[in-house]
Design a protein. Structure first.
Length: 239
């Protein structure tokens, strides 16, 4: 029987964004890529909190599984690994961070995320999708990837994304830097060669984890699973 993998998408994406990775995995894994609260088919689900998301994951995931997450999904995957230590067998984190350690910096980010949520609620999904696409960390995506991401973002609703910013944003979630040593399972930290910010974060995370490997994907940016799905599938498979 093929092993199970659960795939958690990033902010403004939906589970459909994992399509290229799922295709690359083929029959080697049984993949589950849910829409996280505030996104896609789960846009109207409330409350949008990490506790509620972890409850959703616990209810829908198999008894034991590999857990992969991108960006926001990576942060949530870390929380899940701590909450479900006997079920999560392995972590694959793409462009992810354990959060912001400094309390003042975290509160400033929370205020910025809340302000962005207010903007989202005053915008159409097309307007907000275009604004988010101009985030510096996402620069340099190939045109075909950018087009696919834009189509995926338009599956969302502004109110849902606003709820995700307020409840699941980097400023809203507690820092897990001090808890990294608690994660006993192996962790693959996947980063794009062009993503200098998250390459540095991955190196720092690896130093705090018990069993971690940093995988740098040549030529890729922040969204490695979109730009290099075959490389991500190989990492998930352990090849």
């Amino acid at each position: 029987m093929a092993p199970d993998v659960v795939l958690l998408h990033g902010f403004t994406h939906t589970g459909a964004s994992w399509g290229p990775v799922v295709a690359a995995l083929g029959k080697s894994y049984r993949a589950l890529a849910p829409d996280i609260r505030g996104h896609g088919s789960a846009s109207d689900r409330r409350p949008v909190t990490v506790e509620a998301v972890l409850d959703d994951l616990a209810a829908l995931a198999p008894a034991r599984f590999t857990l992969a997450g991108y960006s926001m999904g990576g942060r949530l995957a870390l929380h899940a690994a701590l909450a479900l230590p006997d079920r999560v067998e392995r972590l694959v984190l793409i462009g992810a961070s354990p959060g912001i350690a400094d309390r003042a910096e975290r509160e400033a980010r929370r205020a910025a995320d809340n302000a962005l949520a207010d903007q989202a609620e005053r915008s159409t999904i097309e307007e907000f999708a275009g604004r988010w696409a101009r985030t510096p960390v996402l620069a340099g995506q190939p045109p075909d990837v950018a087009a696919a991401v834009d189509a995926d973002r338009r599956r969302n609703q502004p109110a849902g994304l606003a709820g995700a910013l307020r409840g699941l944003g980097t400023g809203a979630l507690p820092s897990l830097w001090d808890r990294l040593p608690e994660i006993a399972r192996p962790v693959a930290l996947v980063v794009g060669e062009r993503d200098q910010k998250f390459r540095a974060i991955a190196s720092e995370m690896a130093a705090g984890l018990r069993r971690a490997d940093v995988v740098v994907v040549p030529g890729a940016g922040h969204a490695v699973h979109l730009e290099a799905p075959d490389a991500v599938a190989r990492t998930i498979s352990g090849d």
